[in-house]
Design a protein around this ligand. Sequence first.
Ligand SMILES: NC(=O)c1ccc[n+]([C@@H]2O[C@H](COP(=O)([O-])OP(=O)(O)OC[C@H]3O[C@@H](n4cnc5c(N)ncnc54)[C@H](O)[C@@H]3O)[C@@H](O)[C@H]2O)c1
Ligand SMILES: O=C(O)[C@H](O)COP(=O)(O)O
Length: 593
Amino acid sequence: MAMHTAPSLRIPSSSLSLSSKFPLSSALSLRPFHRRHRSLVFIVSASLDAKPTVLVAEKLGEAGLKLLKDFANVDCSYSLTPEELCSKISLCDALIVRSGTKVSRDVFESSEGRLKVVGRAGVGIDNVDLAAATEFGCLVVNAPTANTVAAAEHGIALLAAMARNVAQADASVKSGKWQRNKYVGVSLVGKTIAVMGFGKVGTEVARRAKGLGMHVIAHDPYAPADRARAIGVELVSFDEAISTADFISLHMPLTPATSKVLNDETFAKMKKGVRIVNVARGGVIDEDALVRALDAGIVAQAALDVFTEEPPSKDSKLILHEQVTATPHLGASTMEAQEGVAIEIAEAVVGALRGELAATAVNAPMVPAEVLTELKPFVDLAEKLGRLAVQLVTGGSGVKTVKVTYATSRAPDDLDTRLLRAMITKGLIEPISSVFVNLVNADFTAKQRGLRITEERIILDGSPENPLEYVQVQIANVESRFASAISDSGEITVEGRVKDGIPHLTKVGSFEVDVSLEGSIILCRQVDQPGMIGKVGSVLGQENVNVSFMSVGRIAPRKQAVMAIGVDEQPSKETLKKIGDIPAVEEFVFLKL
Ligand SMILES: NC(=O)c1ccc[n+]([C@@H]2O[C@H](COP(=O)([O-])OP(=O)(O)OC[C@H]3O[C@@H](n4cnc5c(N)ncnc54)[C@H](O)[C@@H]3O)[C@@H](O)[C@H]2O)c1
Ligand SMILES: O=C(O)[C@H](O)COP(=O)(O)O
């Protein structure tokens, strides 16, 4: 058995993988980018004799428009109805929007195969139907960095305006009143602010809050503590952050884990009189619960730029609340940010139309059916191993170094691991971020987040019929919330194989297990003894949680063992607690796939 380092794969800068499944416009041609990858990846390029057409459907900065006009025919048509957009789109090769235009499946259908690139001039792409874009072979690119500072500045503007009642006092003066006693504010200096989500925007808010003399703490289960320490910020648990803060500023993405993360239960843990700023996404707050917390005086004030429904209804209790300052999603709306975003998106769209690799692509490129068919179960395995590994990390310890090992009988030239590495990266990053990861942007995204992924191949003897024997993912230099996931060499380790076309988890830490990667998984370390499977199974059965798979890996009889249990439904907190209360159970963790 020999060990080799996987060769680093270079994607030519002029390559862009898109499907050949859909007809291309007369302005675009399809050609293979590399002989060896003839069947795998194609580039889209503009032919020399026809200029592509770009439809700009929302106001875009002049510098971006100029870049577009140098390369394409540009049609600036703002405020189109959905019907008007659909009727124009079949004449366009690219479409540029902000958050105000819905790019629905109808748009892709109406384009009759001509639309090749959608550019989102900003970060969030909730208004673009990504699945439809991918299905129709349309690349979606965004501009993820140019509005970071603008969003942070708006957060600080809301913070200060809220603390000094600027909006309320302004309205009062304009209505002819002079209420100096009513609008006494609170000071920022010396107060504690909890920055929830220490990513691009959160970091900039933290820096600025320190400049205002505030004590800054942050909660972000996935941010490296040393990055926070470097700017004098302490990373703390969620509960500590919300219970000690005078001000809470939200900067996490909207994901299943952060949806309505501020709710009745969490408001009850906050300091009475806390003040909240939200420039992230409306959905991270349960808005009805916020109204209750404001009425009860738990939350003294809130300053909100984003809402679950935009625009919110005119009679929204939240918007009309006297202690709420609201702005209409203005975080990215500065002249400078809009110029920056315009340039960033214009460069990305022109690059994509030229056939260059888009570093800010957000939807998955199409891989030809025959390649996908062979790799499909391994692609699933790779993503799920990434998801499991990152969920095993203790919040606050920060993921920086990941090692992926592929055990295969295939020669390096016969196994292209880019898709697998991209899917592991996707699994590692997506549960903890608002970023969309795919083959095109995986390496860029990992690098941007300071995540180093190294690959090794273990070349096995035997038939190269199967692309892979097993895949192992290891995260180094982190603590685990399931200590048994740390292998003898000190890394969080998960390993998996494909059995009968289905991905299986076959190793956790140093324990051999075997559980199919479907539904969700409970890992449980216990003292190996008769009846354990029955005890855990019956706790789950009582709550009607269906067990799909169970396996026990142990060091030696009657010593420690790890039980892996596949479940179809998510057990309640009470049920999980009951499992933890079984005397022989030493630790357990619930992992979502
Ligand atoms: N109002 C606006 O106009 C505007 C402008 C830009 C960005 N945004 C929004 O701001 C948010 C942050 O954007 P960004 O560019 O900084 O994104 P980012 O991906 O750089 O940062 C998000 C951070 O949140 C962390 N995180 C993930 N899950 C978390 C959890 N459960 N608890 C705490 N932290 C968690 C991630 O680890 C990451 O560090 C996003 O929701 C984005 O859509 C809004
Ligand atoms: O996602 C974003 O970039 C922000 O929320 C800004 O959206 P906007 O471009 O509609 O202002």
